[in-house]
Design a protein around this ligand. Structure first.
Ligand code: NAD
Length: 392
């Protein structure tokens, strides 16, 4: 029986890469009944928000592949991507960053193969924001200044905007548990927990408290054993924690992590972090392995999962059959793994790797010179991957 999968082409260059991805997934031989749902910027602008049919489709099918969707900066509707993640409870964003032979990077002599696990629903991205000049913002500032904490917002009442950073033990536990389960299932050796607890003690401090308690519940080895002293296993995980006794738990502050990743990325394996740091680190990690063109991703919840590239809609290339479809195709590979089609996922990965390694049928961004006239288009690269799949 065919799997039913929602396909959201998105906007900008989204429809082109979505089409390329669909062809490559179909070429694996896995039978998919695609439920195409238009939800690009034009649809959102016309309907005011994400149409109900899109949520219904994803909730019914439980799996979706999505092209990028444009979000206007600083105005208009809220990010469709954030809205989808929050509405569907897609709490885990998983972004593997692996080096493929033939992709030019600054790190050709080091083996980068890391996975970023980002909390997807809380933190500064929760969307709890107060605009400078609005009465409710002044009310909030007055309220904060009136509480006897000794802390005051001293900037102008009418000229200060405020964004709220909510982080919970439950949300941190869920994402840390996801990272440990992922590391065990994928035979990974290290989990690095990343935040800025030295400055934000009640949010990022909570993050470390909870990731340590989860690490203890999973029996992980602490790189710095003193961090485990006095930490008890998270009681909410009793009977639910796997055995991570072969996995090392490390901690890094976000600023140090950025430098470490640039200097010695091969030392890192699974990185678990909160929403904002995860967003920034995922682009940094994509840069380590050759850029956004090759960076896949997924947003996973208990009831549904959406697979999408890390990159955006690259609107300046819209309709030109020019951009690299690899990131969304590799997101499709993750989708195949998610539905249990591991053999098809591995063959798709091998076909992508072979086409990239040959370097012939690849898009402009994968050629040594971006103006190389031998670069092929989005659909031609997908066709080359489909042709390779027939031989694997
Ligand atoms: P972008 O990722 O769309 O593009 C930045 C640059 O990266 C492009 O100009 C292009 O040079 C390169 N690039 C991106 N994808 C590529 C590909 N597949 N092949 C080759 N080169 C590629 O980032 P942006 O310009 O900051 O964002 C454009 C829009 O996309 C914004 O509205 C943003 O909000 C949205 N966005 C959506 C998502 C999503 O849907 N998940 C993610 C990120 C950004």
């Amino acid at each position: 029986m065919a799997y039913k999968v929602t396909l959201i082409p998105g906007d900008g260059t989204g429809p082109e890469i979505a089409e390329a991805t669909r062809k490559c997934i179909d070429a694996t031989g896995v039978k998919i009944d695609w439920d195409v749902q238009e939800c690009g910027i034009e649809v959102i602008e016309a309907e005011g928000s994400i149409p109900d049919r899109v949520f219904k489709s994803i909730k019914a099918n439980k799996v979706a592949i999505k092209g990028p969707i444009t979000t206007p900066i600083g105005k208009g509707f809220r990010s469709v991507n954030v809205h989808l993640r929050q509405e569907l409870g897609l709490y885990a964003c998983v972004r593997p960053c692996k080096q493929y032979k033939g992709v030019r990077t600054f790190y050709e002599n080091s083996k980068v193969d890391l996975v970023l696990v980002r909390e997807n629903t809380e933190d500064l991205y929760a969307g709890v924001e107060f605009k400078a000049g609005e009465p409710k913002t002044a009310d909030l500032i007055n309220f904060i200044n009136g509480i006897a904490t000794g802390k005051k917002i001293n900037t102008g009442l009418a000229t200060t905007g405020v964004s709220i950073k909510p982080m919970s033990y439950e949300g941190t536990r869920d994402i840390a548990k996801y990272a440990f389960d992922y590391a065990i299932a994928n035979k990974r050796s290290t989990i690095s927990s990343v935040c800025k607890a030295n400055i934000m003690k009640f949010t990022d401090g909570l993050w470390y408290d909870e990731t340590r308690a989860v690490a203890v519940a999973y029996k992980a080895k602490f790189e710095q054993p003193e961090l485990a002293q006095g930490v008890t296993a998270d009681p909410a995980l009793a009977g639910k924690a796997g055995d991570a006794s072969g996995i090392i738990y490390t901690e890094r502050l976000i600023d140090n992590m950025c430098m470490q990743l640039v200097q010695k990325p091969e030392l890192y394996d699974v990185i678990v972090t909160s929403n904002l740091y995860g967003d920034i680190l995922s682009d940094l990690c994509a840069g380590l392995v050759g850029g956004l063109g090759v960076a896949p991703g997924s947003n996973i919840g208990t009831e549904a999962a959406i697979f999408e590239a890390t990159h955006g809609s690259a609107p300046k290339y819209k309709g030109q059959n020019k951009v690299n479809p690899t990131a969304l195709i590799l997101s499709g590979k993750m989708m195949l793994d998610y539905i249990g089609e591991h053999d098809a996922a591995n063959r798709l990965d091998a076909a992508v790797a072979a086409v990239i390694a040959e370097g012939k049928d690849v898009t402009y961004d994968m050629k040594p010179d971006r103006n190389d006239p031998t670069a092929v288009g989005t659909q031609e690269m997908a066709a080359a991957i489909c042709a390779k799949l027939k031989k694997i």
